[in-house]
Design a protein around this ligand. Structure first.
Ligand SMILES: NC(=O)c1ccc[n+]([C@@H]2O[C@H](COP(=O)([O-])OP(=O)(O)OC[C@H]3O[C@@H](n4cnc5c(N)ncnc54)[C@H](OP(=O)(O)O)[C@@H]3O)[C@@H](O)[C@H]2O)c1
Length: 327
């Protein structure tokens, strides 16, 4: 395994494995025995960066959210896991009432929700401190100052280490960081956005983001990362939820002229290296000039093994250049 540092504050920054493990479907779609086997193998291979959320996975089988955190709590206890494993969780997007498969009634980012939801996440995970806590989605109803201060209070109390933001407009991340810096408070340092080698159209509106998706890492985020060395991008859904292996899963916003061109180069490089396309995608992110940590899910140990092997796949500069340039 290889490692990199996230965060800057000497008290809270962490060394994390360059491949993070997504636990989103653990305890719901992925049964307990399989989830435990994947977690055990990930840790055995040196992985120590596990991602969950207080709302995983409310959309499966009448769930409420919290099933993934609870499973991780049971796994921690049964394995005697201590603070060598970095647990990241998120709040803000848990539905206030069960019943829909979409985030249309979210808890939001008020100071009260931040305090209460973080405490419930700590209980479910069975930890005294959340190593990394993200604002999962924006809350435009609450003044940003309140959100910034709400998170900072938990860091000051020692119940949260690092802060992150996911699926936010970049201007709101920057504004929140500027408010925090001006007040001498900790700000978001880890940004979690969807990022893979294939790129979606960014102008396709959905119910959550009428101006086009805010969840994908676009040029503005990459430019922000380049300018701010304190930031890390955690790239979610790097394998496009299995779409490289099952092309029928490719969402509609990837249906454009750039997709076949990028797939062609991915397949060429995979052939040259005797690797799979999934491994080339992960290796391309891990070896990038910008600090990118792919956050991949796995529903079996075999999938995890394939993904772990990407850590040792070093692409040549020429292969990287071809992958970067394809469009
Ligand atoms: N911040 C956010 O809003 C947000 C949103 C989504 C996800 N996330 C985080 O990101 C993590 C990963 O995201 P994700 O699950 O959406 O996408 P992903 O990592 O791109 O895809 C994972 C899925 O792809 C398939 N897969 C994985 N490895 C494979 C392999 N080697 N070969 C073939 N298929 C493979 C499996 O699905 P099958 O078994 O069905 O084939 C697996 O469940 C989540 O667990 C969560 O922690 C965050």
């Amino acid at each position: 395994m290889k490692y990199r540092t996230i965060g800057t504050d000497p008290k809270n920054r962490r060394e994390v494995s360059v491949l993070a493990l997504g636990a989103m479907l653990f305890g719901s779609q992925t049964d307990e025995a399989t989830s435990f086997a994947v977690l055990d193998r990930y840790v055995e291979a040196g992985g120590n960066f596990i991602d969950t959320s207080d709302n995983y996975a409310f959309w499966i089988d009448g769930g409420q959210g919290g099933e993934s955190e609870e499973l991780l709590g049971r796994w921690r206890r049964s394995r005697g896991v201590g603070d060598e494993i970095v647990f990241a969780t998120k709040l803000g997007a848990r539905p206030l009432a069960p019943g829909t498969g979409y985030i249309d009634n979210a808890e939001g980012l008020s100071a009260k929700v931040i305090r209460e939801s973080a405490e419930r996440s700590r209980d479910r995970l069975g930890v005294a401190k959340l190593d990394l806590l993200y604002a999962h989605i924006e809350d435009q109803r609450v003044p940003l100052q309140e959100t910034v201060e709400g998170f900072a209070e938990l860091v000051a109390e020692g119940t949260v280490g690092l802060l992150g933001a996911s699926n936010h407009a970049i201007w709101r991340v920057e504004r929140a960081r500027a408010l925090a810096a001006a007040a001498g408070l900790p700000g978001y340092e880890v940004l979690q956005y969807a990022h893979s080698h294939l790129r979606p159209r960014l102008d396709v509106p959905d119910d959550l983001f009428p101006d086009g998706s805010l969840g994908h890492a676009g040029p503005e985020l990459l430019s922000y990362l380049r300018a701010e060395p304190a930031l890390t991008l955690v790239a979610y859904s790097p394998l496009l939820k299995g779409a490289y292996t099952h092309p029928d899963r490719l969402p509609q916003d990837f249906d454009h002229a750039g997709t076949p061109a990028r797939l062609k180069v991915l397949r060429e490089v995979a052939r040259e290296r005797g690797a799979t396309v999934n491994q080339v995608v992960l290796a391309w992110q891990i070896g990038a000039e910008l600090p990118i940590v792919p956050l991949a899910g796995a529903s079996s140990v075999a999938q995890l093994e394939e993904n772990l092997a990407a850590v040792d796949l070093e692409l040549t500069p020429e292969q990287r250049a071809r992958l970067d340039a394809a469009h």
